[in-house]
Design a protein. Structure first.
Length: 255
């Protein structure tokens, strides 16, 4: 029961921190919070029907926004690599998965902050100020994110999805549609994250093999090797400052 209360407190604290961060980046500190009202009325003109459909589409996009943002950022690689650490250390659910997700979100925010800031300053803010159209705002907003995905994605995955879609071979990056770039980026992130996770597992796997071989040579067949290898791996991970080392390599892999 106490653990559940602690998790609830952490969730509330994370919500407050994220709210404060969004206020800081978007500059809402001097703007009063609006009051929303929802009503249903009969559409009398085609323009009203069009506006209603646009609002419905916007609400649908907003409901999918968290998933979309996770797929278009560094979250995939960060989370998968960090999730390999408890498995490599055989610590079961320590740290808990909620903590890994929270840490991954904040590292992702740290990595993507300049990109989000550029997207807001070049796309969203000019549109709010009425300087550009919504089409231009979308292009300016997605452009920094596309640049980030191009930088992280291997070209072979892009050409693979271009070939599957039967599209002409792109000559420049502008010729690559976003709906082709996104799956190529996701596949690349999965490949890179599993590669980094495998490298992370190898030293701890060697420890397990060595400990198991020593126990067998000593005739201690009924003693589980994990009883001996577990504290050795924890001490080794502590000595090399494992968490800071892995996070540092993760962040540098995006630059």
């Amino acid at each position: 029961m106490r653990f559940v209360k602690v998790l609830h407190f952490i969730k509330v604290l994370l919500f407050v921190l994220v709210f404060i961060l969004f206020i800081d980046i978007f500059g809402f500190s001097q703007v009063p919070l609006p009051r929303f009202t929802i009503g249903v009325d009969q559409a009398r003109t085609p323009q009203e029907v069009s506006v209603s459909l646009q609002i419905l589409l916007l609400l649908t996009i907003l409901s999918l926004a968290p998933s979309i943002l996770i797929m278009l950022t560094s979250f995939i690689r960060v989370y998968i690599v960090l999730a390999f650490i408890p498995r490599a250390l055989t610590t079961q659910n320590i740290p808990p998965n909620q903590l890994i997700i929270g840490l991954s979100l904040f590292i992702t925010l740290y990595i993507m902050w300049p990109i989000f800031t550029k997207s807001y300053n070049e796309g969203i803010k000019p549109y709010i100020d009425g300087k550009i159209s919504i089409e231009k705002a979308f292009d300016n907003t997605i452009k920094p994110i596309r640049e980030f995905m191009f930088k992280q994605t291997n070209e072979k995955y892009i050409y693979q999805f271009v070939k599957i879609a039967n599209l002409p071979r792109p000559k420049t990056r502008d010729d690559v549609p976003t709906h082709v770039l996104i799956p190529a980026f996701i596949v690349n992130e999965l490949t890179v994250s599993f590669y980094m996770g495998a490298i992370l597992l190898i030293p701890f796997l060697v420890i397990d093999i060595v400990v198991s071989s020593i126990l067998i040579s000593m005739g201690m067949f009924f003693l589980p090797p994990v009883v001996i290898s577990f504290p050795i791996k924890i001490v080794l991970f502590f000595i090399i400052d494992g968490w800071a080392l892995v996070i540092n390599k993760l962040v540098l892999s995006f630059f």
